[in-house]
Design a protein around this ligand. Structure first.
Ligand code: PEP
Ligand code: MG
Length: 884
């Protein structure tokens, strides 16, 4: 087996794009080399070696030593430098690179190969002593930090002291002599820290760095990141060893990061930052403020320092050509790292760029319109769940804002919450249900869990490509980064700015679209959807075969859902209507009535109210199908609790309070979820369902008289047997017949049932005899199939998912093997009895993309999702259709 793959200098051993073997970074380097882009030569040690190294007790096999020697020989041959040669030293960078970019791992060691002898050689070769000692200083500091794991602060402190001693403010003011003294100090720190001197043999350095990369795969940070992003532990990381090129060789050298399109808004314009006379980490670390790449961006920002387009027009022109080549080649927006060494451009990395949902949408639509990708590809590229970001509120433009600072608009969306200053607190407070804003000077991979838990992220340092910005965009969290005027003390849990203080727990609002930071809470408004959104949704609608309905109980929700593209209501839960303040007394009278006459009197009072509800909903849905479910929850949910409530019901129904209390006690159930609910209410008190059915048909006639005739679909919940449905269908049909006779008209309507009990799924063939449609209630079906209470699952399901017992929370994403099997079987048996049987789903799974893919596979006619999930469902349904 080969573990080492060379690239650069006209060679590309690895298969371009083979991320499995080469990791993402290695695969892209091989691919860039193979299409003739200027890539510094190097080699990749494959991900398979990572696995082997861990399996074999963190030791390298002998065979690898030979392969690495060959790899180094390749780099030496292409560059003309030799590894460890004091006269003409080769320096390399060592970087980790898993299949997908993983900020949880060791990142980079630069300038590896320097020691007390080669540093002199580098000084001579470069004709610049200061540069050589600065490189050595950086190398020792990085190596001590990421490979040896020594305390970073001690090195920073030594650097600060060196600057103070010289009376300097900038690192660049340190002289060669200062840097020599600083390296000597660093060497002492290393020796004190690890009890052994700094490794002087470049080969030892290389093996040390390689081991550190492999070791970082099992670091806590990497594990957290893998857990959050469903990355298998077995993948491993590759190691990329590559000849150094120097962006810090004077004013004709530079380094930068760029996106081929704007990753925040998606505009087709180059976007990025660069620094003259600097190394890569200077840009990302946010220590020096980077300059803009293009003149247009600089002018728009009103910034002074020249853009790269202005400062280095020739190299910029080459870079722009590379952008074009890369976009054409990868057919996607690229995130690029480059270095200019004495006017020569080198490409260090390219990968598909992370982007906001808004940018993803615009880029996909633009690229399809440009003919770079097809519409189908555009659809496939959008993660349906990411649409959430677009549908979320922004700040009310008219609300007063107490702006205390402004940073970079790093990730869009507005967020308000309580200030917290460390990731652990963010996580604990969020677990207690608090909205928090995580405030950090800058973020690092250790903060990921806190960033995930927070509503928004605020940092004082770092640009648009800083860790905070990139990670927040990926997670869809609003983020303001680089708000430099903020003085943040994590230790004292306080943020100070212009004489103001924000302490832990204080309310704070951030606007990730403008970069504004505001004290207190600012109200938000619903988003307006962009033209691109409409275009992509239109393409999705053309491609999908399943309909998308919504779960809505009020005319307002129904209207919102229609605006999001809902094609009907898949579930209207009538019980929500019973809770309205003016009705609850009548509902309670009905429940507490000791005889049928008492119940009927209360129902007569409820009838006009229900009819008005249904009129509102039918009107909002104007002719689209509306599935109305008859009463489902256990009656005791509506019972009075407070004395005053009992007194009110007693007064209204003329019954003694004590008698009422006894009746309420009688209704107590040990396991209400499996108790007197659903169709069991209809079987025992048919007058309740009769009232609801009458209200539905009267409302339908009222609306039909004034305009478009609604198509009511009356749905019976929690059915287990064919007979239950048969009996209830008689009640519904009787109400319809009576109302139509009174009104002198008829309307089309359907009677159907929910399939939400295992017995119903098994007996679907028999139930379909009386049902014109099935709607899978996968909330209850999951609860009853797994024997896991919907309301208590949170306590233990997390552990189940962590241990891989269920891949995902089965109440969020359908358990395909278990619950899915019942759905599949019920669909088959139902359709065997009644070929035209309409099938839908109205459990929460109807808004989950993975479950929607399953629904397509089983052949459902529609999915029904809550209003804000309707667009997600439309897109997911299109993707499902494309897969099928
Ligand atoms: C279901 O059980 O899936 C369902 C939609 O009904 P409810 O959530 O109201 O029980
Ligand atoms: Mg249910």
């Amino acid at each position: 087996m080969t573990y080492v793959f060379r690239f650069g200098g006209g060679v590309s051993d690895g298969i371009a794009g083979d991320k499995e073997t080469l990791g993402g970074k290695g695969a892209n380097l091989a691919e860039m080399a193979s299409i003739g882009l200027p890539v510094p030569p190097g080699f990749t040690i494959s991900t398979a070696m990572c696995q082997r190294w861990h399996d074999e007790g963190e030791r390298f096999p002998d065979a690898l030593r030979e392969e690495v020697a060959n790899g180094l020989a390749h780099v030496e041959q292409v560059t003309g430098h030799r590894f460890g040669d004091p006269a003409n030293p080769l320096l390399v960078s060592v970087r980790s690179g898993a299949r997908v970019s993983m900020p949880g791992m060791m990142d980079t060691v630069l300038n590896l190969g320097l020691n007390d002898a080669t540093v002199e050689g580098l000084a001579r070769a470069a004709g610049d002593e200061r540069f050589a000692w600065d490189s050595y200083r950086r190398f020792v500091q990085m190596y001590a930090d990421v490979v040896l794991g020594l305390d970073h602060d001690a090195f920073e402190e030594a650097l600060e002291i060196a600057k103070e001693d010289g009376g300097y403010t900038l690192d660049t003011e340190l002289t060669a002599a200062d840097l020599k003294a600083l390296v000597a100090r660093y060497m002492t720190l290393v020796e004190e820290g690890q009890g052994a001197p700094f490794p002087q043999d470049p080969h030892d350095q290389l093996w040390g760095a390689t081991a550190a990369v492999f070791g970082s795969w099992q670091s806590d940070r990497a594990k957290v990141y893998r857990r959050l992003h469903d990355i298998p532990a077995g993948w491993g990381t590759a190691v990329n060893v590559q000849a150094m090129v120097f962006g810090n060789m004077g004013d004709t050298s530079a380094t930068g990061v760029a996106f081929t399109r704007d990753p925040a808004k998606g505009a087709n314009a180059y976007y990025g930052e660069f620094l003259i006379n600097a190394q890569g980490e200077d840009v990302v670390a946010g220590i020096r403020t980077p300059q803009y790449l293009t003149r247009a961006a600089r002018e728009e920002a009103g910034a002074r320092p020249a853009s790269m387009e202005e400062a280095m027009p020739e190299v910029y022109g080459q870079l722009a050509d590379v952008f074009q080549t890369l976009e054409q080649h990868y057919r996607d927006m690229q995130d690029i790292e480059f270095t200019v060494e004495k006017t020569k451009l080198w490409m260090l990395q390219t990968r598909s760029g992370k982007r906001t949902a808004k940018a993803a949408l615009k880029i996909a639509v633009d690229m399809a319109n440009e003919g770079l990708i097809t519409r189908e590809e555009a659809i496939k590229r959008i993660d349906p769940a990411s649409l959430d970001q677009l549908l979320h509120p922004t700040l009310d433009p008219h609300a007063p804002r107490d702006v205390i600072a402004k940073g970079l608009p790093a990730s869009p969306g507005a967020a308000c919450g309580q200030a917290v200053f460390d990731a652990d607190t963010a996580e604990t407070w969020a677990a207690d249900g608090k909205a928090v804003i995580l405030i950090r000077t800058e973020t690092s991979p250790e903060d990921i869990h806190g960033m995930h838990a927070a509503r928004g992220i605020l940092t004082a340092r770092g640009g648009m490509t800083s860790h905070a910005a990139v990670v927040a965009r990926g997670m869809g969290r609003p983020c303001v980064s680089g708000a430099g005027s903020l003085a943040i003390s994590a230790k004292d849990k306080v943020l100070r700015v212009v004489g103001r203080e924000i302490r832990e727990g204080d309310l704070l609002t951030i606007d990730g679209a403008t970069g504004e930071v505001m004290a207190g809470e600012v109200p938000t408004v619903s988003p307006e959807l962009s033209g691109d959104f409409g275009v992509l949704m239109g393409w999705a609608d053309e491609l999908r075969t399943m309909k998308v309905r919504t779960n809505a109980d009020t005319p307002a929700d129904a209207k919102a859902a229609r605006e999001f593209g809902a094609e009907g209501i898949g579930l209207c839960r009538t019980e929500h209507m019973f809770f309205e303040a003016e009705r609850i007394t009548a509902v309670r009278q009905m429940i507490l009535a000791s005889d049928q006459a008492g119940r009927q009197a209360a129902l007569d009072r409820l009838l006009p109210e229900q009819r008005a509800d249904f009129v509102g909903i039918f009107e909002a849905m104007a002719g689209l199908p509306v599935t109305i479910r008859l009463l489902d929850p256990p009656l005791h949910e509506f019972l009075p609790h407070a004395d005053a409530e009992f007194a009110e019901v007693a007064r209204a129904s003329g019954i003694d309070v004590e008698q009422l209390r006894r009746r309420a006690a009688e209704l107590h159930e040990f396991n209400p979820m499996l108790g007197h609910r659903g169709v069991r209410l209809g079987i025992t008190y048919p007058e309740i369902y009769a009232m609801q059915a009458r209200a539905i048909f009267e409302a339908a006639c009222d609306v039909a008289d004034g305009g478009e005739a609604p198509v009511p679909e009356v749905m019976i919940p929690l059915v287990a047997t064919g007979r239950e449905l048969e009996l209830m269908k008689v009640v519904v049909d009787e109400a319809a017949r009576a109302v139509f006779a009174e009104r002198g008209r008829t309307l089309t309507y359907l009677v159907g049932t929910m399939i939400e009990l295992p017995r119903a799924a098994l007996r679907a063939g028999e139930i379909a005899a009386g049902a014109e449609f099935f709607s899978f209630g996968t909330n209850d079906l999951t609860q009853t199939t797994l024997g896991v209470s919907r309301d208590d699952a949170a306590r233990f399901l997390g552990t189940y998912v962590e241990q891989g017992i269920y891949a995902r929370d089965p109440f969020v994403s359908i358990d395909v093997e278990g619950v899915g099997e019942l759905v599949r079987l019920a669909a088959e048996r139902g359709r065997a009895t009644r070929p035209g049987l309409k099938l839908g789903i109205c459990g929460e799974h109807g808004g989950d993309p993975a479950s929607i893919a399953f629904c397509q596979e089983v052949g459902l006619d529609y999915v029904s999702a809550s209003p804000y999930r309707v667009p997600i469902a439309r897109l997911a349904a299109a993707q499902a259709a494309l897969k099928g």
